[in-house]
Write a protein that binds this ligand. Structure first.
Ligand SMILES: [Zn+2]
Length: 441
């Protein structure tokens, strides 16, 4: 998930009121959206479902613990996926299946003619195979790596399905419930990339990720990551003096990069995160590698700044070779190891407005719009309306072995998701869908 990234956003908000005003404050919700939400929330069947969700608090938390204790390391989500598929079937979606990429998918059909909305949470964690994922309580905090990122989102999702089906709520549009693989780090959004490759008719996308009700992510921070490997002849520092050095070439590249100035709007950043190379202190290096992380809140800015970086790397290698009039020159190889596209959903998009109105309806007053890197990056980059929402409760220590969660008012998460979803796809006989049908390719 994105807690570390989120902290950065929060710090930015605290430090910069103009940033907060420009990017983070939600706009007022139009009366039509508020009225649709009211009509849904006051519907007899929906009211009973909202109450049932509240009464289900304890069982929900037990489910969250159960999911968390099934390890789901990067690229090894299968065991958890199988459990999750069985769970969705049990919750009433008999057609649940696992796709070729490993995503769990279950379609809940609407009346017909309405939009198709994906509601998803991610199956994978950042924790490697062998990590102890057992949940332990201490001082009313439940510790377990992955406990809210994203066992909580998965639980919110299954709770909504179960309650919708128990009450036989009928929607206008279809809801496609998905447990995605590969959201974290080097998973590189492989699950959601496969989903949008295979399903061309999705009209909207919601990702449930992490803890902290009131946050609506509508900006997708994009990133490109590279390993750059420099190779050269290598040789004795004294005896072979005069040969070009892989480390010197890399040093030149880093110095040139360090002088670059990425745009501040959209926020665009870069860093050389790791370097390694060389054989010993008295050898001209024949090998060196660095890892570069480039991020931006805008896709054109990301690509433009990436082009600058790639240019200075080439210049640096040319300079090193010229400097030594190298007969055996330094060469380099670029490997793209991370590709998350940037994007955004309009501040007045129905999906943002519905999420705001639903949060208000369940009693959340403090709502913020945020930028982050989540599964929503992919649909946002395709121009498909998307938001990432957090579930209820409190927690901390994301992506660490000390990740913890306390299920305070945990029912608010599924209540909020239920209302947002019904507003977007329409509750049959009560409201029209707020989510628009896209012109299909
Ligand atoms: Zn996450």
């Amino acid at each position: 998930m994105f807690a570390c990234r989120l902290i950065a956003v929060l710090v930015a908000v605290l430090l910069s009121p103009s940033f907060a005003a420009a990017q983070q404050s939600p706009q007022p919700v139009p009366p039509a959206v508020t009225q649709a939400l009211e009509a849904i929330a006051k519907d007899g069947a929906v009211t009973r479902v909202l109450d049932a969700i509240k009464g289900d608090s304890k069982r929900m938390f037990e489910e969250q613990v159960r999911i968390n204790e099934i390890p789901a390391p990067p690229f090894m989500e299968q065991k958890r996926a199988e459990y999750y598929m069985a769970r969705l079937k049990q919750a009433g979606l008999q057609d649940a299946y696992i796709d070729r990429e490993g995503n769990v998918i279950a379609v809940r059909k609407g009346r017909g003619g309405g939009p198709k909305l994906v509601v998803s949470a991610h199956l994978d964690t950042v924790f490697p195979e062998g990590t102890d994922v057992k949940v332990r309580e201490k001082d009313n905090r439940f510790y377990g790596p992955g406990i809210y990122d994203d066992a909580l989102g998965l639980t919110t999702l299954v709770t909504v399905i179960e309650q919708m089906n128990k009450a036989a709520l009928k929607t206008v549009g279809d809801v496609i419930f998905v447990g995605t693989v590969g959201e974290e780090e080097l998973g590189d959004l492989r699950g959601v990339k496969a989903l949008f490759r295979d399903m061309k008719d999705i009209d909207g996308f919601i990702s449930l990720d992490g803890v902290g009700m009131g946050r609506i992510v509508r900006h997708a921070t994009g990133s490109h990551r590279y390993f750059v490997n420099f190779k050269g002849p290598g040789g004795h520092s004294f005896g072979a003096f005069g040969l070009p050095s892989a480390i010197h070439a890399m040093g030149r590249a880093i110095a040139k990069m360090g002088d670059l100035r990425p745009p501040t709007d959209p926020k665009t950043t870069f860093t050389v995160g790791t370097v390694k190379g060389g054989t010993s202190v008295n050898a001209i290096a024949g090998d060196a590698t660095m890892a570069i992380d480039i991020r931006s809140n805008g896709q054109p800015a990301l690509l433009a700044f990436e082009a600058q970086i790639l240019t200075v790397i080439k210049e640096a290698v040319d300079e090193e070779n010229r400097r030594w009039e190298a007969k055996t020159p330094i060469t380099y190889e670029l490997k793209l190891v991370g590709d998350r596209p940037a994007g955004m959903t309009a501040v007045d998009a129905p999906i943002v407005q519905a999420a705001q109105a639903a949060l208000r309806r369940v009693g959340i007053e403090r709502i913020s719009l945020a930028a982050s890197s989540t599964d929503s990056n992919l649909p946002m980059s395709l121009g498909i309306p998307a938001v990432t929402l957090s579930s209820a409760g409190i927690g901390g220590g994301s992506h660490s072995l000390n990740e913890w969660y306390t299920p305070v008012n945990n029912w608010l998460g599924p209540q909020n998701v239920l209302l947002t979803t019904l507003a977007l796809v329409g509750l049959d006989g009560v409201t029209q869908p707020l989510l628009q049908l896209r012109a299909k390719p």
